[in-house]
Design a protein around this ligand. Structure first.
Ligand SMILES: Nc1ncnc2c1ncn2[C@@H]1O[C@H](COP(=O)(O)OP(=O)(O)OP(=O)(O)O)[C@@H](O)[C@H]1O
Length: 323
């Protein structure tokens, strides 16, 4: 394991922020810490980085107890949402910084920085200043800088959080590819479930300072540990007292085995997919279906149809939903 966090507790002013948190991060993996705002993601990342000391518990990095080591001695690289670049230094100098303070030979620095700039697709921007880069380019420079000193672990706290949706999406794909090339153990914080699902090989769901579930994106999406995780990972609706994914609801004109009658209240076309809003026994629900289904059934508001969970549907009983 590259990182082993065991039984970590951390409170600020008597308020627990991390409660008995244990996670193992496999070497070379790309792990997302996912959860709602205030759930403790950044605090856990800072504990791994050495920027916070846990009240109890331990942090091992590459098998070495790092719990009391300073950040500098942990050999970790960080990137934060608002990256503090050296404004008066070129992109080249920013990336070279960590190597220069380690007094590496000039030739070696030049070679390494140019390799890194190629890796993050900024090879033509070496002489620019940070102010002359876009937000996305600046975060890529930050990643190159963090990677320059060959950290054992790369820690990213919402690295694309301040960027617009389009750039965020591009950088997600780019981060995944970069990781496939470099394989450095990476832990990144995000509150965006789509980002975690798309980029990570392992997702740690963290809420109220507790680990709610750890698994691959497919595991946490398809087999959520509880209704909270299910709601957090993707859209849900209620059917017959159970929580289901709206794309797991089938609809038809005639009654089927296990179906319930539903009244169509609204039809919203979202490109290929259609959101069919329903009233089932006085309760609101919705199904996500394809455009061809809507056309085949000639769906209209006020129409009474029949709905049932698809055979492969995953569902959770609602009675366990926390208040
Ligand atoms: N240095 C601090 N002093 C006091 N309280 C803190 C400190 N750092 C964090 N907290 C509190 O700890 C809780 C968890 O914060 P944390 O930043 O870890 O959550 P998060 O899941 O990363 O949320 P976000 O996505 O909003 O950053 C919050 O209630 C926050 O106010």
């Amino acid at each position: 394991m590259a990182i082993q966090v065991s039984g970590v507790n951390k409170a600020f002013g008597g308020t627990p922020v991390l409660s008995d948190v244990s996670i193992d991060v496999a070497a070379g993996s790309l792990t997302a810490l996912l959860g709602p705002s205030g759930g403790g993601k950044s605090t856990l990342l800072r504990v791994i980085a050495g920027l916070e000391t846990p009240d109890t518990g331990t942090v091992l990095i590459s098998g070495v107890d790092a719990t009391r080591l300073s950040p500098q001695r942990r050999n970790v690289g960080f990137v934060f949402q608002h990256y503090a670049a050296f404004k008066h230094m070129s992109v080249f100098k920013n990336v070279a910084f960590g190597l220069e303070i380690r007094k590496r030979p000039k030739d070696e620095i030049r070679k390494r920085v140019m390799e890194l700039l190629e890796l993050v697709h900024l090879e033509n921007f070496a002489d620019r200043y940070p102010a002359q880069l876009s937000g996305g380019q600046r975060q890529r420079m930050a990643l190159a800088r963090a990677l320059a000193v060959e950290p054992q672990v790369l820690l990213l706290d919402e690295p694309f959080g301040a960027l617009d949706a389009q750039v965020r999406k591009e950088l997600r794909t780019w981060l995944r590819r970069l990781h496939d090339e470099v394989h450095v153990t990476t832990v990144f914080v995000t509150h965006d479930q789509e980002e975690a699902i798309e980029v990570a090989d392992t997702i740690v769901v963290l809420a109220d300072g507790q680990v709610k579930q750890i698994g691959s994106p497919t595991e946490v999406y398809d087999n959520p540990a509880d209704p909270f995780v299910m709601r957090f990972l993707g859209p849900v609706t209620e059917l017959d007292g159970r929580l289901v994914r709206p794309h797991d609801i089938e609809i038809g004109a005639a009654q089927e085995n296990g179906s319930v009658p539903a009244t169509v209240t609204r039809i919203v076309r979202l490109g290929f997919e259609v959101r069919v809003e329903l009233l089932i026994d006085g309760q609101e629900a919705w199904a996500q279906v394809t455009r061809s289904t809507v056309e085949r059934l000639n769906l209209r508001p006020d129409q009474v149809i029949h709905v049932w969970p698809s055979p492969a549907a995953r569902s959770l009983a609602l009675s366990t939903t926390p208040a």
